[in-house]
Design a protein around this ligand. Sequence first.
Ligand code: SF4
Length: 442
Amino acid sequence: MAEQKFCYIKTFGCQMNEHDSEKMLEVLKSSDYYPTDNLLQADLILLNTCSIREKVEQKVYSTLGRLKGLKKKNPSLIIGVGGCMAQQEGEKLFQKVPFINIVFGTQSINKLSELVKTVEEKNNKVVDISFNGFHSLTLIPKLPQQVKAYVSIMQGCNNHCSYCVVPSVRGEERSRCKEEILQEITSLAERGVKEVTLLGQNVNSYGKDCNGRVDFPSLLSSINEIKGIERIRFITSHPKDLSPQLIYSFRELNKLCEHIHLPIQSGSSSVLKRMNRQYTREEYLDKIDKLREVSPEMSITSDIIVGFPGETEEEFLETLSVLEKVEFDDLFSFKYSDRPGVKATTLPDKVDERVKAERLWRLQNFQKKYTLMKNTKLEGKTVEILAEGLSEKDPQRLTGRTRNNKVVNFAGNIELRGCLVSVLIKRAFLHSLEGELISTLH
Ligand code: SF4
């Protein structure tokens, strides 16, 4: 029996990275590496990085800085950097951080065991940031006892928003074969998974590279037929690819949850043009109206970047007025930062950092009242929850989500994990709700 070795993975960034980390662990099982949450127990430490904003890159470098001491104490410790920052920097990372052994890209996850083996044998440095098609995309992690699971349906993006590194670090859009996705979800359902979240940088354009053989609404409709799956979610959507068929899916497919994350990025059409987002403020608002016609109770969340080059106070006020008009259920907001190799970096009239910080503060405070208002509307209502397990904040209580993707904590027996239950909402907070268990649905 081969000696057990331990791998510690720190994940930065989005759900795609979370899922990629699950895939890394799956690949490493074949070299007898097992997951650990204890940094000191690890024989292998991997950072799965993000490079969407400067701030997250700084976090990666400071985390690496803290690992230097561990490597000094244990020279046979293997340290690797993967994900979007690794894809972007490649072997330059060895100059910036000389004590790491492995740099591997977003499409080299399937090669991880080989790369680690080489370092184990030669204690050298290895790099692989090749774009090699589907291999990493089709990896399927087998996690124990899941209630919900991520499923990659595509990778890459062809949109080239002027501030975004994703097309250069994740490559062009590639859709997975539909049969393979349905097979994966069927086997997940057989293993007790009740909810799947379909992942892609722009899931709405799923199938566009398949010569019209398949598209996203038809994929959703096939998944809706899979026995055992109770809930379907997807992330992330680009507003320009939100088709009428996809909007109608929210009425026609009973398992498709009434929540969409639809990043607008700015409420000003002139800023959207400089961002190369390919829609206007009016076109976005029109899609929101159509979504609410089909599903009045659906929750809508979004992303906003403040301080994009050239953003005037008037343009920023247009963004605030969109918040007022749409009343998003929640918002993820960020300060613009230059990224290597993207067009926006060359744009004039960069906004002062203090102005960016002040606009971010104003935006987040402006949104708070809508987030709380939407949650408060649920007080006194009985809602369906998928019980996911113990609440991290309060292990005496269970936690789960509404179909609108709102977090609810409630008292109940852990045996309800994986069950759909009916809960009366007693109290609303900014980012969660308190409830009382009424009954078990199934
Ligand atoms: S659609 Fe999203 S992932 Fe694609 S380039 Fe634009 S911001 Fe980046």
